[in-house]
Design a binder for this molecule. Structure first.
Ligand SMILES: NC(=O)c1ccc[n+]([C@@H]2O[C@H](COP(=O)([O-])OP(=O)(O)OC[C@H]3O[C@@H](n4cnc5c(N)ncnc54)[C@H](O)[C@@H]3O)[C@@H](O)[C@H]2O)c1
Ligand SMILES: O=C(O)C(=O)C[C@]1(C(=O)O)C=C[C@@H](O)C=C1
Length: 306
């Protein structure tokens, strides 16, 4: 792999930024990666573990001279960080972000960026329930999707270079418009997270089943919920507040379906339950057949057995 950018600046040194740093280093994709974190503690940790070639005490120091600036902060902080970096951006630089929501981030960031700076929003569809500078690893983006969401008329070379960077970090890249992105992610990521949070909350609230029983006897499905529900509260608060409309639409559909299933259980309508579960099983099999299940043993190796 060859160098895509001379200098990349990572702002907000958590899971995604640290994974990007290790993946950029693995691929030899930048000559220098600078980093900025808000707190002295995070900067000290970054220096201790060798995260970034240069950790800066000011956002200006990290951004000055950078060809690519990546905003890796929670969605709700993107606008204020964009305002802070704006005066220090090199003319012709590209600014991107990794936020889980796109329309709200574009609206918050774009107005701050000076003319002559390219803005190419992005979203890697990869993560874990961990956060902070120690949580990243180079393989996080391997075989995962990264969605680019450039506005019409964005400089072609700026988009092509960012695509090259993500491909160099192991991702498959697609382009999408922001509204569609937010609806798709409300279905595939945001609402499922809310359901996981709720289910774990229900278990915690249920007096007749103790917390220690929940921990001891937790079956695979519920264990997955607890993993998801351990995700960063700030990140997910911001996701829901920023993708309100799409999440509320999907939640509305979800509750309708849930009520229908609840009724089928109450009335003993086994046909309804069986038909429903057959339909959902077909979706799972479709994902595996398409080779999209990154956790399945056959992922990326052609057709999986279903
Ligand atoms: N975790 C995931 O699964 C995942 C996946 C894809 C995209 N994302 C997106 O990536 C972004 C970062 O998420 P993460 O998982 O790396 O979170 P993280 O909590 O690991 O890291 C975020 C970092 O930003 C810092 N920060 C917060 N507010 C800041 C501010 N105002 N100025 C400077 N730094 C600030 C935090 O201190 C933290 O170090 C979020 O926008 C999130 O939506 C997350
Ligand atoms: O695997 C996980 O822990 C995740 O939740 C990652 C996940 C998701 O797949 O929903 C979470 C949020 C992102 O914006 C992208 C990826």
């Amino acid at each position: 792999m060859s160098v895509v950018y001379q200098r990349v600046a990572l702002i907000g040194l958590g899971l995604i930024a640290s994974s990007m740093f290790w993946a950029i280093k693995r691929g030899g994709l930048a000559e220098e990666v600078t980093g900025f974190a808000r707190t002295p503690e995070t900067r000290a940790t970054a220096r201790e573990i060798g995260l970034c070639d240069r950790v800066c005490d000011t956002v200006a120091g990290a951004v000055e001279g950078a060809d690519l600036v990546v905003l890796c902060v929670p969605v709700g902080a993107m606008g204020s960080v964009a305002a802070e970096i704006a005066p220090h951006l090199k003319p012709g630089a590209t600014v991107t972000d990794v936020g889980s929501v796109k329309r709200a981030v574009i609206d918050a960031v774009a107005p701050h960026l000076p003319d002559g700076v390219h803005f190419v929003p992005a979203h890697p569809l990869a993560g874990t329930e961990h956060s902070g500078p120690r949580s990243g690893f180079a393989e996080l983006f391997d075989n995962r999707w990264c969605l680019l969401v450039p506005a019409e008329g964005t400089d072609i070379e700026a988009v092509a270079n960012l695509r090259k960077l993500w491909e160099g970090m192991g991702a498959n890249v697609d382009e999408m418009d922001p509204e569609h992105h937010d609806l798709v992610l409300a279905v595939t990521s945001h609402t499922p997270h809310l359901i996981a949070y709720t289910m774990v909350g229900v278990a915690d609230d249920l007096g007749r089943v103790t917390d220690s029983e929940v921990i001891k006897y937790s079956a695979a499905g519920f264990r997955d919920f607890t993993r998801i529900a351990a995700s960063d509260p700030t990140m997910w608060r911001d996701v829901f507040l920023s993708n309100k409309e799409a999440t509320l639409e999907i939640l509305g559909r979800f509750t309708e379906e849930l009520f229908a299933l609840q009724r089928a259980i109450r009335t003993g309508d086994g046909d309804h339950l069986h038909d429903y579960f057959s339909r959902t099983r077909a979706i799972r099999r479709g994902i595996i057949e398409a080779g999209q299940d990154v956790d399945a043993p056959n992922f990326g190796r052609g057709k999986a057995q279903v």
